[in-house]
Design a protein around this ligand. Structure first.
Ligand code: IPE
Ligand code: IPE
Ligand code: MG
Length: 247
């Protein structure tokens, strides 16, 4: 904790929570036990981020590709999601956490979608941390969805082609209003993006840890933040420019 500079915290942390299955396998348990354990890690990390004063935490909980997993695993994940939302929503309100979600939410089972909408509505007035869940999420789907939105507004005469710039395009993404992630963490050692936030991570700092998601905890999070703080984010400039030694 002493290593963390409170003045230089990432505003937005995004996490690819990977490795539940491998965690379970190592312990000779079924994959679903890994997901159950994974939910505990979610609780710990949400609390830690809130206490630290992180403004936005985006958790990749379920990808568009994950629908193709075995039926019973998908059902278990949907059940865990609904249970999480029902259990945590009061605590979110108490802790001033606003829930939001990105993804093809209409693909979720109807009861889960309704519970999600309800929790989002219940926490609408909260203005502390934003907990943003990526559910049935795919970065490519998000970009296509944005293009469809632009074309539809074009047809209605609401937007002209020359008006589409980077900022305007971002307004059509599911993450509208949310700043791009400063830090992206992936657990379980895989060096890939797996269709997460493709547009938004253009200048995000990446951090990969071998730790499997169910074992990821507050201490690991602080380690990732300390690592982030040791980086020089240059955004294409030179180090001298950033340090004011050169125009
Ligand atoms: C992440 O853990 C959870 C989801 C993708 C829903 P995995 O289930 O992908 O775990 P591994 O990668 O098989 O270990
Ligand atoms: C990425 O993990 C998706 C989530 C964490 C929800 P996966 O386990 O689905 O990714 P791949 O298949 O290893 O790329
Ligand atoms: Mg995985």
């Amino acid at each position: 904790m002493e290593e963390i500079d409170k003045e230089n915290l990432p505003r937005h942390i995004a996490i690819i929570m990977d490795g539940n299955g491998r965690w379970a396998k190592k312990k000779n348990l079924n994959r679903i036990s890994g997901h159950i354990k994974g939910v505990n890690a979610v609780r710990e990390i949400v609390t830690a981020c809130r206490e630290l004063g992180i403004k936005v935490l985006t958790l990749y909980a379920f990808s568009v590709e994950n629908w193709r997993r075995p039926k019973d695993e998908v059902a278990a994940l949907m059940g865990l999601l609904e249970e999480y939302l029902l259990k945590e929503r009061e605590e979110m309100i108490q802790n001033n956490i606003r829930l939001s979600a990105i993804g093809r939410l209409e693909d979720l089972p109807l009861d889960v979608w309704n519970t999600l909408k309800e929790a989002i509505k219940m926490t609408e007035q909260c203005n502390g941390m934003i907990l943003n869940l990526a559910l049935s999420y795919g970065g490519r789907s998000e970009i296509l969805h944005a293009i469809q939105g632009i074309l539809s507004d074009f047809q209605k005469g609401k937007v002209k082609p020359e008006e589409i710039n980077l900022q305007r395009f971002s307004q059509y993404l599911w993450t509208r209003g949310i700043p791009d992630p400063d830090l992206l963490i992936r657990t379980s050692g895989e060096f890939r993006i797996s269709n997460f936030l493709l547009w938004q991570i253009a200048y995000t700092e990446l951090y990969v840890t071998e730790t499997l998601w169910p074992d990821f905890n507050r201490k690991e999070l602080l380690k990732a933040i300390a690592d982030y703080q040791s980086r020089e984010r240059r955004f294409g400039l030179t180090s001298e420019q950033l340090n004011g030694r050169e125009e």
